[in-house]
Design a protein around this ligand. Structure first.
Ligand code: UD1
Ligand code: CA
Length: 464
């Protein structure tokens, strides 16, 4: 509510040279979401008048990904894009959004590479900006290692004086450990005026947004620092090492959230939960598990160690034993999987189904209470309820050109080591003898045996 007359401008045009990547920096992932998602979400939660994003390097790709995902990320405020063509610094980026500045009285400017920022901090920044009737406000934090950041230089009274970039800092300035987080609030008119007065700085002759604060101060409006003790939220991502650092902090926050909400993590340091995941109460998650994308895990589930679940829905009371790997699938309540079961995309397990050791399921339905417990491959199959599939059963679904369906109706009993050569249908209550290669339809309640009879030739054994 605070930010009703405030707009948020996100700077995401920079080259991101230090990432050494063909992927634009705003699209590098932290816990399953592109970097820029976190800043957009923080902006959204302020309920601002508008959101602007300045793009440049990789502009089309960034715009496309952001536009496609806005509603999935919960961004309901309209987002305007501005293209910065010259890439000559953070002030030039803001200049590229001049029409945006002209529309709004107060503008919060956020670097697009600080995913750990917290909404409550942004809210407090706006509050202080309003209380002090400031022309500019910057979020300053004291960090253990200020290297690489702009330093906040204060005058003898302790008031804000200027920001000095790393490349321009003398020895004394380099010792200052209060840094500019790259998050600001501006009186839009004052900012526009200051932007027109900038001169290029530093080794790369860039226009620094940070210089506008001292210009605004000199012109008579207060330029102030909002100080936060939580320095982690100011971490800027310029390199892969910082990307890993931010991911670690984000992961710890996510894990903390679930532990506060009734989920047991046996070893939170070694549990990897993406930001879009949901987990129900009393679920227990062992070490080495990866829960990725928009996965949903129900309540009272058990995930043994090294379970991997991506973009899947797991209902309540499900047991995923060690090493189970699930992609884009649905598992109904009371199912049991693993150890070492593999659900490939578009698989559905109905209630209380079991898929056991080294069994692989692809694009198939396994009916209620059905069991595929040992060493099997079930692909492109519709399986009814109460089916028992013997060890080593294989659906031969591919003829080298096309994929074909196998239909196994309710209560079929499949002996061990059976091949189903698809397309083929087995009707309800049928029985398939062990070792059969089934090529033809099997009638309901029938027994199919499709293997050669055993012969024993005398004196042809192993002994001479
Ligand atoms: C910047 C600040 C520094 C601060 C640090 C915090 C400036 C001059 N310096 O340094 O004081 O401590 O962030 O993380 O702002 N960008 C553009 N167009 C450009 C250049 C940059 O849009 O031409 C965007 C980038 O995409 C990025 C942000 O501006 O999101 C900051 O740029 P970056 O190059 O990362 O600046 P830093 O060196 O980190
Ligand atoms: Ca940066």
């Amino acid at each position: 509510m605070v930010a009703k007359n405030t707009a948020v401008l996100i700077l995401a045009a920079g080259k991101g040279t230090r990432m050494k990547s063909s992927l634009p920096k705003p699209l590098h992932a932290v816990c399953g979401y592109p970097l820029i998602t976190y800043i957009l979400r923080a902006a959204q939660s302020l309920n601002p008048a508008a959101i602007g994003v300045v793009i440049g390097h990789g502009a089309e790709q960034v715009k496309e990904i952001v536009t496609e995902n806005l509603s999935a990320w919960g961004i309901t405020t309209p987002v305007d894009f501005f293209v910065q063509t010259d890439l000559s610094g953070s002030a030039s980026a803001v200049k590229a959004a001049l029409p945006f500045l002209q529309k709004h009285q107060t503008v919060m400017v956020l670097n697009g590479d600080t995913p750990l920022l917290k909404t409550e901090t942004l809210r407090k920044m706006i509050e202080q900006f309003q209380e002090q009737a400031a022309g500019a406000l910057v979020l300053g934090v004291k960090v253990p290692d200020p290297f690489g950041y702009g330093r906040i230089v204060r005058d003898t009274k302790g008031q804000f004086e200027k920001i000095v970039e790393q490349s321009d800092a003398d020895d004394a300035t380099q010792k200052i450990n209060e840094i500019n987080s790259g998050m600001y609030v501006f009186d839009s008119a004052a900012l526009q005026k200051a932007l027109s007065q900038l001169t290029p700085q530093g080794p790369k002759h860039e226009f620094y947004l940070t210089d506008t604060l001292s210009i605004i101060k000199k012109s008579g409006q207060p330029a102030v620092v909002f100080t936060s003790a939580d320095f982690k939220q100011a971490l800027g991502i310029n390199s892969r090492a910082q990307l890993a650092e931010a991911t670690q902090v984000m992961r710890a926050r996510i894990n903390q959230f679930y532990m506060e909400n009734g989920v047991t993590l046996i070893n939170p340091q070694d549990t990897y939960i993406d930001a879009g995941v949901q987990i129900g109460e009393d679920t227990v998650i062992a070490s080495g598990c990866y829960l990725l994308g928009n996965t949903k895990i129900g309540s009272n589930c058990t995930l043994e160690s090294n379970v991997y679940v991506q973009n899947s829905k797991i209902a309540n009371n499900v047991v995923l034993k060690q090493g189970t790997y699930i992609e884009e699938s649905e598992v109904a309540e009371e199912c049991q999987l693993g150890p070492y079961a593999h659900l490939r995309p578009k698989s559905t397990l109905c209630k209380a189904a079991k898929v056991g050791n080294f069994s692989e399921i692809k694009k198939s339905v396994i009916g209620e209470g059905s069991k595929v417990n040992h060493l099997s491959y079930i692909g492109d199959t519709q399986m009814g309820a109460g089916v028992n599939v013997g060890a080593g059963t294989i659906t031969c679904n591919y003829d080298g050109v096309n994929k074909h369906q196998t239909i196994i109706e309710d209560h079929v009993f499949v002996g061990s080591n059976v091949n189903f050569v698809a397309p083929v249908t087995v009707h309800e209550y049928a029985k398939i003898g062990a070792g059969s290669t089934v090529t033809k339809e099997v009638a309901a309640n029938g027994l199919a045996i499709a293997r050669s009879r055993q012969v024993v030739l005398e004196n042809k054994g192993a002994k001479k």
